[in-house]
Ligand binder design. Structure first.
Ligand SMILES: O=C(O)CCC(=O)C(=O)O
Ligand SMILES: [Fe+2]
Length: 335
């Protein structure tokens, strides 16, 4: 399998010898046949589907819980269009571009979903260490986001070392702005912004190179005859993708919702960029080998939680610590 040309240290699943390493792991009994097959698919195509990652009932409960954020908006953070952060009051919530940011902080149901066994085992095997869910968004309607690689907007200390999951909270129908992706595009050579940057900084790099970047992803994927697939999941199905997979949201043609929860995860030993500009960065241990962190919430233990440790965690809703203007190079959602 040809390796990609990259100046960054890849995860083992993206290294040129990944398939051989996977076989060795299987022979050593480190993974089940099912997990082996999922990782093999991820290595080959840059994505893998986990059918029934969560139950339909879990998805329904999560949807209902998300609907209830309007009752205590002060604990939650949302975005509408390209506006900076807002609390999800009714008029924000009702906007088709509404999404909650870092919902995993205040929702046990969300944490159970994003770390459900089928997802966590693929991520654990890919990272070979603990997994940290550091950015989590909910969508009601399709994002219609241009085809992109997440590394241009989601910034971590080792730019290729993170992954994402997309969990369907309802059956997704064609025309609802379904997620689309070029299979195999995770192996495209790096597109580098100035100063060898994998991430785009609008202020420093400008819009022209961003356009060039987006165009080049589609042009190179098409040129290599990569298949443009769409994700039409049933409620509870999940998609996991590699950081460099070229993906985006199809145009919405039927006005149907397409409720989902999207999470970015990195290995425990990789740092989200926001660690450098928040003074409260913390990895909270939430389950075996599973952590959460957030750019917007101060998760550091305090009071009783600090004295008594994790077992006594009081699990009140936490209020956002940071609602400020978006930093220019992070979590930037394009038109
Ligand atoms: O759900 C979508 O339409 C796109 C989501 C996405 O690409 C992301 O959050 O990185
Ligand atoms: Fe994305």
């Amino acid at each position: 399998m040809p390796g990609k040309e990259t100046i960054f240290e890849p995860l083992w699943i993206d290294a040129p010898n990944a398939k051989a390493v996977l076989q060795d792991k299987r022979k050593a009994g480190e993974l089940s046949q099912e997990l082996h097959d999922r990782i093999a698919h991820l290595i080959e195509f840059g994505w893998v589907v986990i059918p029934n990652a969560i139950s339909a009932e879990h998805a329904d409960r999560l949807s209902r819980e998300i609907d209830e954020v309007v009752e205590h908006p002060e604990y939650f953070i949302a975005r509408r269009g390209r506006e900076a952060y807002l609390h999800p009051r009714r008029e924000v919530y009702d906007d088709p571009t509404f999404r909650l940011i870092d919902y995993h902080v205040n929702s046990k149901l969300a944490r159970e979903a994003i770390f459900t066994r089928g997802i966590a085992e693929v991520l654990h095997s890919s990272f070979e260490t603990g997994i940290n869910a550091f950015q989590c968004l909910t969508f009601h309607y399709g994002s219609q986001q241009a085809m992109h690689q997440d590394g241009s907007y989601v910034v971590v200390s080792k730019p290729l070392q993170f992954m994402a999951s997309w969990i369907a909270l309802e059956d997704v129908t064609p025309g609802s702005g379904e997620l689309a992706y070029y299979s195999g595009s995770h192996r495209l050579d790096d597109f580098l912004f100035p100063e060898n940057s994998k991430s785009w900084n609008p202020g420093r790099h400008g819009n022209e190179i961003h356009r060039e970047y987006l165009d080049s992803l589609v042009a190179r994927s098409e040129q290599a005859h990569m298949q443009r697939d769409t994700f039409l999941p049933k409620k509870g199905d999940a998609l996991i993708w590699a950081s460099d997979l070229v993906h985006g949201g199809n145009k919405i043609t039927n006005n149907r919702t397409r409720r989902s929860i999207v999470t970015h995860y990195c290995p425990e030993n990789v740092d989200p960029k926001f660690k450098t500009f928040t003074d409260y960065f913390y990895r909270e241990h939430v389950a075996e080998g599973c952590f959460i962190s957030s750019r917007h919430y101060d998760l550091r233990p305090r009071g009783l939680d600090r004295l008594l440790g994790r077992l006594a965690k009081t699990h009140r809703y936490r209020r956002p610590a940071f609602m400020g203007k978006q930093a220019p190079d992070a979590d930037r959602k394009k038109a």
